[in-house]
Structure formats: structure tokens, C-alpha cells
Design a protein. Structure first.
Length: 280
């Protein structure tokens, strides 16, 4: 294992290491970042597309995903052995030229502070409400660090953010809150119910409509209220100017539950919508 240390005031105190001892593939890089805004050290897992090391002049779009423990490594996932298979899916889609080569950054959640960081407003019973501070670590520290360490395309048209459940909620919030940073959002099974549907009121208040491409989904086995909520959100987005098939894709996954396995099934279609290979 080789280790290098980056010391940038804009990126916090970060350590970058190539880890092949934990069955992490060569193109998955493990990073450590200590934030100036949030307590503790944050782990990042960075997926690099095939050919990254060979194509030294190429720069790549980036997708930042929440709950990084669940994306690549069955040893760290919420359900042991059950991951989203993000690397395998991205590799296959890039190889088939179904999507453009991209960098994917999995951001580990903060354990007991996950609910706080992933919720935009405080709920009287459940707490939370720290998403604006979480936005600062992502916008002011993690993204600058990734842009400095890797060959990225840095504009919002090539930068996405995504996640599932509360991770989907915070990703939708981040995209709408910072459209000058993120131009693509993957909101998978988002927790629209938080604070009596606060995100619906937030979307309703948005004006003008930000330039944002949104993937939105839900499984039909996640509960009647969850399905009803996501349909309301999809209709509201359309009322605000998003167009199905253009900058919005709403997908109801028949029979899918609220689980890592279900989200793994939808990683491919999500990537194909948000990062399609441009045809000449």
C-alpha cells in the first residue's frame, strides 16, 4: 500500500491511498478526508473508469453517491455481502458504450450522524436538519479534493449527486440548493415523508427552475404512501418545468422493495439516463 498526503486549505486535511489488501480492485481508490466543518474523518471510495491510467489527457464527469459503505464492498455494506455492484455495472456499461466513462465517488455516511447530515430540516421527533452543513463538506472540501487529485470535468453539466432513501432526499436537496455545482441528481427511493413532505414544499418554492437533470424512482413494494409521495413529487417537478424523457426520468420499479438489492438493479438505468454516451 502506498500513501500520499494532500494539504489544501480548500479541501480539508486528506490522505489518499491505493488499497489492494482489502480485496478492493485496482481502480477503486480509498481516500481519507478530515473536514473543517464536520467532526471525524470521512472515507471516500473513488471508482476510476477503464482506461483512466492509460488516457492521460482525458478528463471525466463525476457522480458523488451517498452511503459509500454500500456501493462497492460487501464487508462494509449495511447488509453484509449485499452491495450496489456499482463498479461492475459501470464497467459493463462503459465497455458496451452505453454510458460515457466517468468517475464515481462513494462518500461514507457518518454512522449515528447519518440522519442529521442527510436531512435538510429538523423534525420535532426525529431530529436531523444538518444537510446544509453537510453540503459544505461536499461542495467546499470533497469536490475540490477530488478535482485536485483526479482528472475531472468540473462544471455542473458533468457533475452529479445521488443516493437512496435519506441519501436520495439529501441528493435532491443538494441539486436544487446548489445547481451551480450539480447538474445531475439520482434520487432513488427518496424519503419524501421527512418532516411531513418538506421536500415537496421546497420544490414548490423553487423559482426559476434550475438546470438539473433528475432520475427519480421508487419500488412498488415500498409502501402505498411512499409510492403516492413519489408520484406527487414527479407531478410537481413536471409542473415546475421538468420534462419526462428529457431532463426527468421517473421510474416505478414493479415489486421492488426498499433494499440494497433493489437499488443495485436500478444503478444501470440510472447511469444510462444521467451519463449517456453521446452519439456523433
Amino acid at each position: 500500500m502506498s500513501t500520499k498526503t494532500a494539504d489544501r486549505s480548500t479541501a480539508g486535511d486528506a490522505t489518499s491511498s491505493i488499497n489492494q489488501s482489502d480485496e478492493v480492485p485496482e481502480r477503486l481508490k480509498r481516500e481519507k478526508l478530515r473536514s473543517h466543518f464536520l467532526e471525524g474523518e470521512r472515507t471516500l471510495i473513488v471508482y476510476l473508469p477503464p482506461g483512466y491510467e492509460q488516457e492521460q489527457d482525458e478528463r471525466y464527469p463525476v457522480l458523488y453517491l451517498q452511503d459509500g459503505q454500500n456501493l462497492f464492498d460487501g464487508n462494509t455494506s449495511y447488509v453484509p455481502g449485499m452491495t450496489w455492484h456499482v463498479a461492475e455495472t459501470a464497467d459493463a456499461l462503459i465497455e458496451s458504450q452505453s454510458i460515457e466513462p466517468l468517475i464515481i465517488v462513494g462518500i461514507y455516511h457518518a454512522g449515528e450522524q447519518r440522519v442529521t447530515e442527510y436531512t435538510p430540516v429538523r423534525d420535532r421527533k426525529r431530529g436531523g436538519g444538518g444537510a446544509q452543513r453537510y453540503a459544505r463538506i461536499l461542495v467546499e472540501e470533497i469536490k475540490p479534493f477530488i478535482d485536485a487529485e483526479y482528472r475531472t470535468l468540473r462544471d455542473p453539466a458533468h457533475t452529479g449527486v445521488g443516493g437512496s432513501s435519506l441519501g436520495g432526499l439529501v441528493s435532491l436537496f443538494l441539486g436544487i440548493w446548489h445547481p451551480e455545482i450539480f447538474g445531475k441528481v439520482a434520487a432513488m427511493s427518496p424519503s419524501i415523508w421527512w418532516k411531513e413532505g418538506w421536500i415537496l414544499r421546497f420544490v414548490q418554492s423553487v423559482s426559476p427552475k434550475p438546470r438539473l437533470k433528475i432520475w427519480l424512482d421508487m419500488g412498488t413494494s415500498e409502501g402505498e404512501s411512499a409510492v403516492a409521495d413519489v408520484k406527487r413529487l414527479s407531478m410537481l417537478l413536471e409542473e415546475k418545468g421538468w420534462e419526462q424523457g428529457n431532463d426527468l426520468h421517473f421510474y416505478l420499479a414493479e415489486g421492488a422493495a426498499h433494499s440494497e438489492a433493489a437499488w443495485a438493479e436500478r444503478v444501470g438505468p440510472m447511469l444510462e439516463f444521467l451519463f449517456p454516451m453521446e452519439r456523433i
